[in-house]
Design a protein around this ligand. Structure first.
Ligand SMILES: Nc1ncnc2c1ncn2[C@@H]1O[C@H](COP(=O)(O)OP(=O)(O)OP(=O)(O)O)[C@@H](O)[C@H]1O
Ligand SMILES: [Mg+2]
Length: 155
């Protein structure tokens, strides 16, 4: 396992990799990560088509207690899921898919960046590498790689 010191979700940690062998395992992993979130995090997901980014967001949503079905915002670009009252006062999960975004300005135009400073919001962005230049400095990145039937997730 590859481990280097880093900061994830404001706490010192090591950069780690895990291999998940099914959609269900990725959901479980993301749901566990969701429990560490405090609000205000911006999480960029990087990886090829079908690498498991949307599946990961489903897991995050599950971990945050969102009951709505998560679907990829490929055409609408951004979806906002409201959380019912929770102890951490997290109010929104913002799910962005930057795949079809032509320029970084587009992301500003749809109002996504307005959420980025809000401590009551978690933002998760698929294809975040396409808009890296406009992402807030505090964004954290998670990389997905397809390994035949499995997925390698570096976080
Ligand atoms: N270990 C795994 N983790 C996640 N998904 C997996 C895994 N193994 C197989 N899959 C399958 O891979 C696909 C991942 O699809 P998903 O929509 O999450 O990809 P994506 O990275 O969001 O792609 P896109 O760039 O098109 O948005 C699903 O069909 C899922 O069932
Ligand atoms: Mg997707």
């Amino acid at each position: 396992m590859f481990r280097v010191p880093c900061f994830m979700f404001r706490v010192p940690c090591y950069m780690s990799k895990i291999i998940t062998h099914s959609e269900k395992e990725t959901i479980k992993f993301a749901a566990r990560l969701a429990k560490q979130l405090k609000g205000g995090e911006i999480i960029g997901l990087i990886g090829d088509l079908g690498a498991g980014k949307t599946v990961f967001v489903k897991g995050l949503a599950k971990g945050l207690g969102i009951k709505e079905t998560i679907t990829s915002p490929t055409f609408v670009l951004m979806k906002v899921y409201r959380l019912s009252l929770n102890q951490k006062k997290i109010k929104n999960l913002v799910h962005i898919d930057a795949y079809r975004i032509q320029s970084s300005e587009d992301i500003i135009a749809i109002g996504a960046s307005e959420y980025w400073q809000r401590p009551d919001t978690i933002t998760v962005i698929e294809w975040a590498d396409k808009i890296k230049t406009v992402l807030h400095r505090q964004a954290k990145f998670i990389k997905f790689k397809i390994k035949k039937e499995a997925r390698e997730i570096e976080y």
